[in-house]
Design a protein around this ligand. Sequence first.
Ligand SMILES: [Zn+2]
Length: 302
Amino acid sequence: MLERILDVLARGEIVIGDGAIGTTLQARGLTPGAMPEGWNLERPEEIRVMHQAYLDAGARFVTTNTFGGNRYRLAQAGLTERLAELNTAGVQLARETVEERAWVAASVGPTGQLLEPLGDLSVAQAEEAYAEQVVLLAEAGADLIKIETMNDLEEACCAIRMAKQHTALPISCTFAFDARGRTLMGTRAAEAAQRAVEAGADIVGANCGEGPTAVAVAILAMSAVTSVPLLAQANAGIPQADAHQQAHWDITPEQMGVHAHDFVSAGAQIVSGCCGTGPAHVAAIVAALRGVQLGPRTPARR
Ligand SMILES: [Zn+2]
């Protein structure tokens, strides 16, 4: 039986997770722009191979291929009718692969819609969509609800509240920041962290956005205002397209290992990888952080 991730974090252990899903599947033939979630049903073996590679690299949690598994994102791909199936399969594929050797972190991404008054989506509609997804993920056996790449704090809080209300799972919420430490909507990292914790998040942090330096800046700002464990999930820089429209990421596994030290120094207790990272990045982070202890945090750690 797996120990609860929050208990492990409370002991002060550093936890390293997996790397990218979308860009990993693109490298295995997923058409750029196509929704990766479709592969949970069409190419399940590819998903298992990916989770296994991250487990072998030393990841203590693997993230499910369910980032776009809400009704608004799936509608854009004509996959609404398969919503339950896709989310359930995403968790099951991860669990079957890692069994009890790693936690299954159920990915929950943005709806892709703007909340009122900027857009047409009401808070009630956003909550309904998130409730629908998190219940499926929890029932399928996830260990953690991992809300990620959030730009809108209000939308993130909808997802957190629904995970809190409808599941008994620990909740992580990470936001994407630019180099100045703000989300696309202009929210500062410290405010995002505080509000997410108030809404019920057990873990907060930064993922994707403008690369490792932006992630480290955001983590440092969060660490000054909250004592919950912080998750740093950097992408391998900003992708450059080549002549064939293939994306290239310039941060090597070795460089990501160096950044991992910066994340922990800034206050991160959980380190994983976002777009452009793969098993080699995870292995480099594991090697770089072997024997590293958490630094002191202000305010005092819970
Ligand atoms: Zn990313």
